[in-house]
Design a protein. Structure first.
Length: 202
């Protein structure tokens, strides 16, 4: 498993992940593995995926084709991006779509977090997404990360420091999380302030 966290504050979004892989009880730390990253950059978005390391390989391979649509600017856009991708994941990458016969829809085997100039998002296996105001976490160390980020969010000015706190707490208590950490940032798009209409005096 993995721990991936996102935060945004003071006009900056940030995503971070640990770099350890696990094969059952076997731990592979970053200094043993060359391709230890769990975060990929697609356009202006950083995407971190938990679960099997194959997911990141498949995503990078899929998006290497510039003609395939990609829009991570909103929850609706993320859904449409992966709805389109789902067909190709089955056809070209032999993705298993229904591990549980009680699933209401076929699943796309991606679960992770996104940080970009539009905000911070969680991506789920039904291709749906959620956008968050402050922070979120995914993976085996999620609960520890969420607790740490909640505790310090109001005291910190930096999204990077908030992400580091989440990752450090996860590495301290979760057996499947270990440093060093990879951390990336981007500036949020400034939303124009609404123009106040002046009232005419009679």
């Amino acid at each position: 498993m993995s721990t991936i966290v996102v935060a945004q504050k003071n006009g900056v979004t940030c995503i971070g992940a640990d770099t350890m892989s696990s094969l059952g009880s076997l731990r592979q730390k970053a200094h043993h593995v060359v391709n230890h990253t769990k975060i990929t950059k697609q356009g202006d978005s950083y995407i971190g995926l938990t679960g099997t390391s194959s997911s990141l390989v498949v995503m990078n391979s899929y998006f290497i084709n510039p003609e395939r649509p990609r829009d991570f600017s909103s929850t609706e856009a993320i859904f449409e991006t992966f709805r389109h991708a789902h067909h190709w994941m089955k056809a070209e990458y032999f993705m298993s779509t229904a591990p549980d016969k009680n699933e209401e829809y076929e699943t796309t085997q991606f679960y992770g977090l996104i940080a970009n100039p539009h905000g911070i998002f969680a991506l789920y296996s039904y291709r749906t997404a959620q956008q968050f105001h402050k922070f979120w976490a995914a993976g085996s160390g999620r609960d520890y990360a969420l607790g740490a980020m909640q505790a310090i969010y109001d005291q910190c000015d930096s999204a990077v420091d908030i992400v580091k706190a989440g990752l450090n707490a996860s590495a301290e208590f979760d057996s499947a999380t270990s440093g060093p950490f990879e951390i990336f940032t981007c500036d949020l798009i400034r939303q124009p302030k609404p123009v106040k209409k002046s009232r005419r005096k009679a």
